[in-house]
Each structure stands twice: as C-alpha cells, then as structure tokens.
Design a protein around this ligand. Sequence first.
Ligand code: SF4
Length: 346
Amino acid sequence: MTTYPSDSTRLKTAKLIEEWFLATGRDLPWRTALPHSRGCSPWGIMVSEFMLQQTPVVRVLPVWEAWMKRWPTPADLAAEPASEAVRAWGRLGYPRRAQRLHAAAVAIVEKHDGAVPDTREALQALPGVGTYTSAAIAAFAFGRRESVVDTNIRRVHARLFTGSALPAPSFTAAEARLAEELLPEDRAESVTWNAAVMELGALVCTARSPKCEECPVAAECAWLAAGRPDPEYTPKGQSWHGTDRQVRGAMMAVLREAGAPVPRELFLARPEGWDTGAVTGAALDSGLDSGPGSGTVDVTWSAGDGVFRTLDALHRLQAPADQLERCLAGLLTDRLATESDAGVTL
Ligand code: SF4
C-alpha cells in the first residue's frame, strides 16, 4: 500500500537527493539540470530520450555523439532516408526507434518549422513519443514542471516511500499520485528533482544490488528500515540468447554493414564450403545450402570483409531454419528492411 510521506519528510528527502545529485551526478551531454551543464538543444535531448528508452547510458553515449554531429537538427535527419537512421542506430537495439525518430524529425520539419515543439500535447502527436518521453522532453528540454516517471524513478519511489523491493509490474494510479505529490512546485526544482531521482536509481538504488551504504537517503528509506524484504513477485528476466531479438539484431548488423543488397539465402543458411576461419577475402563465389531438404541454391555475390564477419556472427548463433525465416520475415514486415530481386537491404 502506498504511504504518502509527510511534507517535512518529502522536503528533507528531496533536499538530500538533490544535494547528492548536484555533487555527484554524471555530466552527460544531454543533461541540463546540473549547474555546470554544457547545455543541449531540445533536439539533442529528444534524441537522447529515444535512445535511452531501452538502452543504458554507456552504450548510448558514443552513438548519440556521432548522431548529433551528423544530424545536429531535425531538418538534417529528415533530409536523409530512414534507412540511414537505422544504419546509424548501430547496436542500440530495438531499431524501430530509429525509424520513429526519423519520422518524428520529418513531422517536426513539416508541422513545426523544424523546431521541437514544447508542449506535451504537440510532443505526443509525434511518432514514437509516448507519455513518458513527452514528459521527459518537456521537462528536460523546456524546463516544464512535469512528473517524469521512468523505471529507475519507480524503483526509488517504491523502496524509499512504500517499503517495497520493486514497484508493481505495471505503472499504477497510486504511483502516479505519489510521483505528483513528490514533485516540487518550483519549475526549476522540479526538473532537478526528476533528474536527481532518476540518477539515484541508475547509480545507487539499482535493480539488482542497491548500494544502500552509499545512499544519501538511507536513513529515510522505508525498505531499508523494514529489513529489505524480498520482492512480492519475480520480475521477468531479460532473455536474450537464442531469442528472435538476438537473431534479428545479428541480421540488422549484416544489413548495416552491407552497402548493397544481400541475397536472402545468405541470411537463411551458412554458405556451403565456407570455412569461417578463411573469410578474409573480399568476395564469395560459392553454392549455398539453403537448408535441410531444400537442395542447393547457387549464389554468386561479393562484399567486403566486414559483411562476411557479420554474416559469420549471424550463423554462429546456430539459429534453426524456421527461426531465421521468421526473423527475416519480421524485419521485412516491420519495414526495417526491404527486399528486391537483388536481395535484402536497409
Ligand atoms: S537506502 Fe537503499 S533501497 Fe533505500 S533508496 Fe537508498 S539505495 Fe535505495
């Protein structure tokens, strides 16, 4: 059950977390809530929010830097095809985010004269921008007082104020009310508060091993005071090995690397007689075993070493033929890839 903190507890906790954040928060290039912030355009903040949706900061940083150098404004991105956005997305995962970000850039150019809109309503009308992302952009890019609640913030709220090891499996109305209660009235303070609690969840109050001994609010923490009780449910693990996500990711790596269409057979079976240890040349010219019982398909095809390395990585997964078929079909259906007589490409 949610216990709402008293005003004095809330204020004391907020002060401790904000002081901790201002002293130790990471100086991320898209972060504007720190006094020594380098500043960032609303577009840079929007790009970071898309990338951070399901990917940790450490993996996002180099891709974000390269992205902002290449496409410093929405118009720069909108001027290129969506396939370039998918290619530049690299290994961040969930590449449909790249397509949606590209579509959002196009909408910003067409409907907002190339400037990221500053209201929740206008932001949420953009492709790929939902409740959380619109709140985050409005708060961090435009200094609006918004209740920004990501998984890190939910976890901190659950432990600190309700004494639970984990928040509910899905966001509840009680959590939303608690987050709203906790949000400082002052606009600038509310932005810092959102960033500070998020950072506490990312660095100290982590999902698997909270560092309570380093926590600035350990003395106020309901979960710690209760003796760190076990969670009431087992969270679903983020399975990866052997999953369609892993196979699709390996296929996307091939497509990003290849500058030209790749024959579909190469995705579906390892080329016959292809000794992976000898893939050093720049050309492949061999028959391809297209799978059990389906005979041999002759394909002649040339590409650089990098493409062969990514194909090798794909087939090292030893995914069954039906899974390879399904994943390739999924990429085509999701329009992350297109197919012509010449093969598959971004
Ligand atoms: S004391 Fe531990 S559980 Fe409580 S908020 Fe701090 S890190 Fe999280």
